[in-house]
Design a protein. Structure first.
Length: 350
């Protein structure tokens, strides 16, 4: 389990208190431009590098020589900066970006740094003693079912201006389904998704995804509504076991392009995954999603932590942390909802 993230001079984060994570659900909130996605990507990049290296049959134990390049390559692939040093906070003079991940298993602890003038290398401050054997999955804001065919091979052989998280997720989407009957946990997660979609997800040998609709045959995923394609992506990742391995899930704005009914369903799945041992990290500014997750936590309590990013003078000056939504003092989404209510009352009384 990831316990803590410490960053210094990372993009909008000059020097903030470490983020102390829950073993269940972790929610980062803040207005646009506060760096929510940057935090998810930094954590994912470091964990995914370890998880991918550990699955390589030719990989030996972690070494500084190997990881200096591996971490740098992953950060550049995920963030897509012109140079690695662009991820360091922009300030006069030379500065160093620092990032440290602390785990319950101390053998996984890692710390890296790089300077503003760094092109493509990092300094290993703390070398992990072993590879992470848990799978790390990053879900971007858009669906990937319609761009899945051929994306991985194209990405690996050509320069594409796409985040490497898209490539990584497509690899996971293409994994074969679990053999045998679905476990009760998997069935309970997939059933409401398939009901909302009106069918089951099918991956043909051609490399294209379809929605198999009872009594109507197969529908090309291109013809399925975008919100339902996001559900299809989630259903595929659950049915093939990627989200059942007690690993890490990073999800940027799960609510994007979904109506409130589907957001409720997404909240249910996120909550269920966290209850089943997946350490979940999401970034959102949807008050509706936040409230749904809070209501679910009241009926089925689980370890959770909220982080509110507070912007001051163009940078994130502090990160407020609380174990419940109501304990956060800085919640822009709530403030805007209350302001909208006040405007409505003023017009009604005019």
């Amino acid at each position: 389990m990831l316990q803590r993230l410490s960053v210094k001079n990372l993009t909008l984060f000059p020097d903030v208190a470490p983020l102390e994570f829950s073993e269940g659900l972790n929610i980062i909130v803040g207005e646009n431009g506060t760096g929510k996605t940057h935090l998810l990507k930094m954590i994912y990049s470091l964990i995914a590098t370890s998880a991918e290296s550990g699955r390589n049959p030719n990989a030996s134990s972690p070494t500084k020589t190997f990881l200096q390049k591996a971490y740098a390559d992953k950060l550049i692939g995920v963030f897509k900066p012109d140079a690695l040093g662009r991820l360091a906070s922009r300030k006069q003079g030379r500065a160093r970006c620092e990032a440290t991940l602390t785990f319950t298993d101390q053998a996984l602890n890692v710390a890296i740094s790089f300077a503003t003038n760094a092109q493509s290398d990092v300094q290993i401050e703390t070398l992990p003693q072993q590879w992470d054997d848990k799978r790390a999955l990053y879900l971007p804001t858009r669906e990937l079912m319609t761009i899945y065919p051929g994306l991985v091979s194209l990405y690996d052989s050509h320069f594409l201006p796409l985040e490497e998280t898209w490539r990584d997720t497509c690899i996971h989407l293409g994994m074969l389904p679990l053999r045998g009957r679905r476990s009760e946990a998997i069935a309970n997660l997939i059933a409401p998704l398939e009901e909302a979609m009106g069918g089951k997800v099918v991956l043909e040998k051609s490399g294209h995804f379809y929605l198999s609709i009872p009594g109507s045959g197969k529908m090309e995923m291109y013809l399925v509504a975008e919100g339902l394609r996001k559900l299809a992506m989630l259903a595929q990742l659950i049915s093939n076991g990627v989200l059942q391995e007690h690993g890490y899930l990073f999800w940027d704005e799960p609510e994007a392009n979904l109506n409130p009914k589907l957001i409720r369903l997404i909240a249910y799945v996120i909550h269920a995954l966290a209850l089943n041992g997946v350490q979940v990290f999401i970034a959102t500014h949807s008050y509706f999603l936040l409230k749904e997750l809070e209501l679910l936590a009241r009926t089925q309590p689980l370890p959770q932590q909220y982080f509110a990013l507070v912007k001051e003078s163009g940078v994130v000056g502090q990160i407020e942390q609380a174990d419940t939504l109501t304990n956060l003092e800085h919640l822009v989404t709530l403030e805007e909802e209350l302001a909208q209510y006040d405007r409505e009352m003023e017009l009604s009384n005019a």
